[in-house]
Design a protein around this ligand. Structure first.
Ligand code: IFM
Length: 453
């Protein structure tokens, strides 16, 4: 079993998590610059002010990516670095950083896959209401145009928004992420609707302005339900658990169909409308065409799933972790079959090529006495998940690519530098990079296009 010939092998990172240079060269403030100043919001008061200092060390980092053999790199663009106030004036020095990064990647034969937005929202726009403001899709389109006009002579692949679920769920519902809000149902629905509109507006902007032929998609983190076995009723229970819209999932940002049906089918799901139609803006139907502007692929960030089965009376049972079950550094479950069932269910429903835009684990890695970083868990985890993705491909899913999260250890949001997700170890005191064993292993996987998994 192998992946198709043009399968894309990459790794990913995001601007606030790695760039540092938080106030250099005219960059504006983001909501994460603000949130990290809040007491007890982030583990030990860590911030992304320096992070991996990638802004200054990008050449060294791209050289390491080449050493790993990456074919593609998914990075995100910091909106307030490019437009300090979110709209209006463009910061030439800010966009120049991405020009240099793209050139460096191309010189090393690594395809750039930028994500336009990975959570570092311009603080100035937050003051104007952020995603609650009905003008927010216009702002996002203006920013997208600024980026596309300057990079699309060399960039052909785009992701619009990373994990809208987390933006709503953690940023606007529980408040454990920036901007730290705990909104009401009506407002949460407005935030969701405006993010969907922003995605659509960005796709339309990319299509209208791109110099190279463009491919575009979104990178959600879709909750995945895994049937405990291959019994038909259990498979159906898992499919239903993935796609039924419930009160709890819809308002907290975690309903798959509430996000994806508008994008891929041009309508909100009926069961969701029963719960939330009264909160939507009166003219929401006018926006559905733009929200569903055709995309080329469906990204999916995947880490852990839940196991479900159907009880005799037809109810769905969710199986809690078993005693002593393997857990990652973050205490997330190790559920490799999620990379079979997630892509399969998503492909069956939306029929778009699936790119795994993030997958990986945090692990307690350190530099050993021999100067190397031994991370057998990361190798084993990734091998198990990739085998399942390969099985999905063998069963007919259009598996188009895989981006490991992350290329390097970085600022893990509310957990600061406590959690290490990288293929490359970063010493945050000295900024020394060390390839982990997993990076060398991944390099062989890429070379064999997954034959050796
Ligand atoms: O680090 C994050 C990333 O920014 C978004 N997806 C999940 C990763 C691990 O928590």
């Amino acid at each position: 079993m192998t992946f198709k010939k043009d399968f894309i092998w990459g790794a990913a990172a995001a601007s606030y998590q790695i760039e540092g240079a938080h106030d250099e060269d005219g960059k504006g403030m983001s909501i994460w610059d603000n949130f990290t100043e809040k007491e007890n919001a982030v583990y030990q008061g860590h911030t992304g002010q320096t992070a991996c200092d990638h802004y200054h060390r990008y050449k060294e980092d791209v050289a390491l990516m080449k050493q790993v053999g990456l074919q593609a790199y998914r990075f995100s663009i910091s909106w307030p670095r490019v437009m300090p106030e979110g709209i209006g004036a463009i910061n030439t020095k800010g966009i120049d950083f991405y020009n240099r990064l793209v050139d460096e990647l191309l010189a090393k034969d690594i395809m750039p896959f930028p994500t336009l937005f990975h959570w570092d929202y311009p603080y100035e726009l937050y003051l104007k209401g952020g995603w609650l403001n009905p003008d927010s899709p216009k702002w996002f389109a203006e920013y997208t145009a600024a980026v596309v006009d300057r990079l699309s002579d060399r960039v052909g692949n785009w992701f619009t928004i990373n994990e809208p679920q987390v933006i709503v769920g953690l940023g606007h519902c529980t408040g454990i992420h920036a901007p730290g809000l705990q909104l009401q149902k009506r407002e949460l629905v407005h935030v969701t609707h405006n993010i969907l509109r922003s995605h659509g507006a960005a796709v339309e902007t990319i299509r209208a302005r791109s110099i190279l032929p463009s491919k575009a998609g979104i990178a959600p983190v879709c909750p995945v339900a895994i049937p405990v076995d291959n019994g038909q009723q259990n498979i159906e229970a898992a499919g239903a658990a993935m796609f039924n819209v419930t009160d709890k999932d819809l308002f907290t940002g975690w309903s798959n169909r509430w996000w994806l049906d508008p994008i891929f089918k041009g309508e909100y799901p009926e069961d969701g409308l029963k719960l939330a139609a009264r909160y939507l803006p009166a003219n929401f139907q006018d926006h559905m065409k733009s929200i569903s502007a055709p995309t080329d692929f469906l990204g999916n960030n995947h880490y852990e799933g839940i196991y479900v089965s159907a009880d005799k009376d037809g109810t769905t049972r969710i199986h809690p972790p078993k005693e002593g079950e393997p857990l990652t550094g973050f205490n997330w479950r190790v559920t490799p079959e999620g990379l079979y069932w997630g892509p399969r269910f998503l492909y069956e429903r939306y029929n778009k090529p699936i790119i795994i835009t993030e997958n990986g684990l945090s692990n307690k890695d350190w530099v050993a006495l021999d100067g190397k970083v031994h991370d057998p868990q990361r190798i084993d985890f990734t091998q198990r998940y990739l085998r399942e993705f390969q099985r999905a491909a063998a069963d007919g899913v259009d598996a188009a690519g895989y981006f490991h999260w992350s290329i390097m250890d970085n600022f893990e949001w509310a957990f600061g530098y406590k959690e290490r997700f990288g293929l490359i170890h970063v010493d945050f005191q000295t900024q020394k990079r060390t390839l982990k064993d997993s990076a060398c292993w991944y390099s062989d996987v890429i070379k064999s296009n997954g034959k050796n998994l």
